[in-house]
Design a protein around this ligand. Sequence first.
Ligand SMILES: NC(=O)c1ccc[n+]([C@@H]2O[C@H](COP(=O)([O-])OP(=O)(O)OC[C@H]3O[C@@H](n4cnc5c(N)ncnc54)[C@H](OP(=O)(O)O)[C@@H]3O)[C@@H](O)[C@H]2O)c1
Length: 306
Amino acid sequence: MKAAYIEQFGGPEAIKYGDLPDPIADTGEVVVDIVSASVNAADWKVRRGNYGQTRFPLVLGRDFSGTVSGVGQGVHDLKVGDAVFGVCEAGQEGAYAEKIAVKAAIVAKKPAELSHADAAALALTGLTALSAIEDTLKLQRGETILIQGGAGGVASFAIQLAKHIGARVITTASAANHAYVRGLGADEVIDYNAKDFTQVVNNCDAVFDTVGGDVAERSFAVLKPGGRAAFIASGAQAPKPSRSDVTSLRPPVGRARRHMERIAELFKSGAIRVPEIKLYRLAQAAEAQRVSESRHFRGKLVFAVR
Ligand SMILES: NC(=O)c1ccc[n+]([C@@H]2O[C@H](COP(=O)([O-])OP(=O)(O)OC[C@H]3O[C@@H](n4cnc5c(N)ncnc54)[C@H](OP(=O)(O)O)[C@@H]3O)[C@@H](O)[C@H]2O)c1
């Protein structure tokens, strides 16, 4: 199969495109012929060596959509020819490829209404947003949430999900992306280049931070007493709050078929639409990662694998 992979950690130039052996479905696994895979920020963090995997060649990529082409022992609920989408198990990479072997229990059937490109674009972003907004923050109707980094992949799903729940959504974005995030449903948008969000936002019930660093650390300031904040760009642990009357949380982003099915349901019901997508070929993986790594791309970058 063709794949985009690394043989050592490094910059985008470390990514190679070439032939690797086809994977085989182990017990409980399916092989998926990937049609589309998406670029996530995690991919260039893996490439840089931030997660410390040591087995090379290492095929990058965490989410995909495609067609089942092989079924391992013990798999009775998926068959060859099924269109499926999913996210690799935590710690597993491998979606920048024509084929992947993955645990059957964590992939879901792709609804016909959702194209492969759209399904790949919604997989890890949707899973992460669901884990943060519903399972971790337990956002309620009538609450106010600040979502940091509104134009990004995860945040674009999170804004729509929070609105679907019935919350009021404030988000941060550069001026060029204000119309985009308003179109996703944001009630209030702050140009973080022009204003310090801590000066113009307060009394929030919840914060969802997708930016990290200093933005994450300062986000506690906008919470009301008893407020809660969830962080996905600050590593494996949530940052320690600067005050004692709020809760700091790290969404677990656990893999399970039911999460993929919930993404599909939200899409089919019209609650979630697909973010803007820019298509690349797998051979252009280095170029796509450069764009993602710039941290100012809007929407999602998706590989048309076949
Ligand atoms: N399992 C997990 O824990 C998990 C899963 C998915 C993602 N993540 C992490 O979550 C983070 C976000 O991922 P993503 O894929 O959604 O990112 P992304 O799509 O690459 O986010 C890029 C966006 O961030 C915005 N941005 C950059 N700096 C900003 C700032 N200071 N304030 C507000 N917005 C800013 C940019 O918008 P502007 O151009 O408007 O600035 C851009 O649209 C990454 O660190 C990723 O590793 C974790």
